[in-house]
Design a protein around this ligand. Sequence first.
Ligand code: F6P
Length: 369
Amino acid sequence: MAKNNIKRIAINTGGGDAPGLNAVIRAATIAALNRGWECIGIRDGYNGLLLPEEYPDGGLIPLTSERVRGITHLGGTILGTTNKGNPMKYPVKGKDGKMHETDRTGEVVQLFKRSKIDALISIGGDGSLTISNALAKKGLRVVGVPKTIDNDLEKTVITFGFDTAVGFATMCLDRLHSTAEAHQRIMVVEMMGRYAGWIALNSGISGTADAILIPEIPYDIRIVAEKIQERYSRGRKFAIVVVAEGARAKGGTYSVVSKELGRADRLGGAGERVSEELQQLTGRESRCVVLGHLLRGGSPTTFDRLISLRFGAAAVRALEEGKSGVMVALDPPTVRYVPLEQATRRMKTVPLDCDTMLTARDLGICFGD
Ligand code: F6P
């Protein structure tokens, strides 16, 4: 008799991709196969299950040891992902011809039953884990794995993908120093991270930025301009300003590129805005670089690979122990399991009194406040 009546499990990846997804898939698959369980990959979030007609070669892929061979170091996800197919807010055309958001989670649970899948390992960020929580409440056995370059998930010390993104962003800042200095310019660097400033803060400090603007601290652009002028007057005739995509001026709004039914708002434009304003206020030439999706690509760092492999294996152990409705969380030196309800309750933003912030202030980095 299979332990906890598990014979067949599924794995899916949802939301924006992050380096380490394939390592989680590999560890979870091998750990499941070693227990004698069958392992299935769902393509593109839940779409492989909900829209089988769109996958002539199958929306559900058998995950074998051959299929997960040699993928630990690869970015992206062999299963595909989407941030459009949220079953809690599925866009469906109504009788009025307009698109409406419909809850299809009940249907998803039924589809799992019909496909004889006993449990799901869902790898995702806040959006995907909120869906996992809803499915768990409707009776599906689910264990979540915390993914996101943004590192904005509560109850885990860190999410996988973040370390890779910060490392790449820091390398970009290092490279921008020489061109900024050569042209005596202000270089403004916009970084992803949604409504949390983790990537901007950690790379900004490590890459010795002069100013870092994060969503947690609405900025006054005149303060940033003064800091830059003071720097130029000391003979340091260039400046590096890191801007999180969710940064906004005091009393201002987020820079939103587009709003679409069934998905989170797309952010963008915060860096360009800051760059133009700084050029105007300082009279110095300014250029904006948007790192965007480059932060999500490439091979995971050793740190990300290792926590991804640990998370994948731990998710299987959780199912074996009969757990459900939980997320694997990093709690060095070990991992633990926290209820999905708690993990998705609120976003983890940068605490303004944490020592990383204090370090930045001690180093004289300007936050525009
Ligand atoms: O959550 C990860 C993330 O990369 C955010 O930092 C960013 O705001 C968003 O996804 C971008 O999403 P998309 O790939 O849909 O443009």
